[in-house]
Design a protein around this ligand. Sequence first.
Ligand SMILES: Cc1cc2nc3c(=O)[nH]c(=O)nc-3n(C[C@H](O)[C@H](O)[C@H](O)COP(=O)(O)OP(=O)(O)OC[C@H]3O[C@@H](n4cnc5c(N)ncnc54)[C@H](O)[C@@H]3O)c2cc1C
Length: 443
Amino acid sequence: MSRPAAERAQVIVVGAGPGGSTAAWHLARQGLSVALLEKSEFPREKVCGDGLTPRAVRQLVRMGIDTSAPGWMRNRGLRFVSRGRTLELDWPECSAFPAYGLTRTREDFDQLLARHAEAAGARLHTRTKVTGPLLDRAGRVVGVSTAGPGGRERDFAAPLVIAADGVAGRLAVSMGIERLRKRPVGTAVRRYFHSARHLDPYLESWLDLRREDGRILPGYSWIFPLGDGRVNVGLGVLNDSRTGAIQTRRLLETWLARTPAAWGLREPGNAEGPLRGAALPMGFNRLPHYRDGLLLIGDAGGMVNPCNGEGITYAMESAELAADVAGQALARPAGPARERALEHYPAQMAYRLGRYYRLGRGFSALMARPAFTSLVTQHAVRSPGAMRFMVRLLSNLTDRPGTDAMDHLVNALIRVTPSPADHAGRRFAGAPSVRPGRSRVPG
Ligand SMILES: Cc1cc2nc3c(=O)[nH]c(=O)nc-3n(C[C@H](O)[C@H](O)[C@H](O)COP(=O)(O)OP(=O)(O)OC[C@H]3O[C@@H](n4cnc5c(N)ncnc54)[C@H](O)[C@@H]3O)c2cc1C
C-alpha cells in the first residue's frame, strides 16, 4: 500500500501538553494553518502537581480562558511548613499578575487547552505519534513522520516545526540537540488522596524534606488541594551527586507519616491510583532552542524554573513567544530573512529568562549543600518578610519595572546576575544591564 500524501500546514506542533496547545492556539489566532499532533487520546493522565501560580493564571487569562468556571480550584497563596513551624502567605499583589493561583488535574487541564486550540482553528490529531523529522537536503526540518492508530504511517509537511513533546525531547535529540548534563534536573513523584481538607485555600509546601537518616534534602513536598474531594500530594528533589540515589517512594512515605492527621494522608485507604513520577528538566538544560526549522518549547527545551520546579507557566510563555516568532518568520520569504526572524526566538528566551535561570541554578547549587539547606529550613519560616521576598524571587512574581522595594530588590538581583553563555559559548547583546556598556543576554 502506498504512503498517503503528506498533510500540509504552515506550522506543525508536536505534543499537546500545555506548551503545544498554547502554541497551537496562538498560531491559529494569527490565521496560520496548524497541525497539532499528540500521541495519546484525551482525556489522559500526566504526572504533575496540578498547581498553577499567578504567573500561569496570567497565561490562561491571555488565552481567554474563564478561570471562574466550574472545575477550577482557586488558591490564595502558599502555606510553608518547616521544622514544626507554619507560615501562610498570600500571593503578592502585582500589576502584571492576578493575586490567585489555581489547581486542576492535568487530565482535565490538558484536554481543555487542546480543545481550546482546536476551537481556535488548530487541527488536532490525537493517537498520532511523531516518529521522526523529515529533512530536506540541507538538513532542515520540513515536516515529521507519524504512526497513527494500528501503526498507520503518515507524513505531515510544514516549513516550521515546534517541538513540545516533553522532557525526553525526542524530536530535539533526533536533530542532535542533547541535554546539557551540567544543568539541573529534578525528580518528582505524586499521588492523589481523598482528603477532608480538599477545599483548603492554600497550596501547602514542606521545606524540610528528610531522608530516614535525618539528612535534609534539596527539594520540597507539597499538598495541593483540588476542590473535588482530593488533594495532589508529592515531592520533588534535585538530582545532585552529593545527595546520592534518592528513593522517592520511601521519602514520600516518611514524610506522609509526619503530616497532620486532619489531611488524612496517613491512611493508605485514602490514596487513589498509583504513585507516579517523572523528571523535571530545569534551567534551560537543552539548547539551542532553535535550529534548522525546529523550535523547542517547554520541557522539550528544559524550561522548568530551577527555583521552584514550576514548568507549566514556562511551557505556555515559551509557546506564546514561539508562535509570535513563527508568525513573523512566515511573513518573510524563505531564506536568510526568515532565518533571522527565527533566531529571535532563542535570543528572546535568553533575554527574558537567561539571567533569572542562571540565578536559579546558583540557588539550586546552594540548596544541594547540606549546611545551606539546614540554615534555610531552620530560619526561613520564622521570618515572614524574608519568606515574602523568597516567594517573589522563587515564583518569579515581580512587576518590571518594580512598584515597591521588594520588587526593586528582586529585579536588581536578577539584573546583576552575569549573563550565561549559550550552548556555543556565545553571549548575545541586548539585556538591560546595571552597568552601561556591559549588557549581556544569556542563553
Ligand atoms: C511530579 C511532577 C509534579 C509537577 N508539578 C508541577 C506543578 O504543580 N506545576 C507546574 O507548573 N509544573 C509542574 N511540573 C512540571 C510540568 O508537569 C511540566 O513542566 C509541564 O507538563 C511541561 O509542559 P510541556 O507542554 O512542555 O510538556 P508535557 O506536558 O510533557 O507534554 C508533552 C506532550 O507531548 C506528547 N508527546 C510526547 N512525545 C510525542 C510524540 N513522539 N508524538 C506526539 N506526541 C508526543 C505527550 O503525550 C504530551 O501530551 C511537575 C512535574 C512532575 C514530574
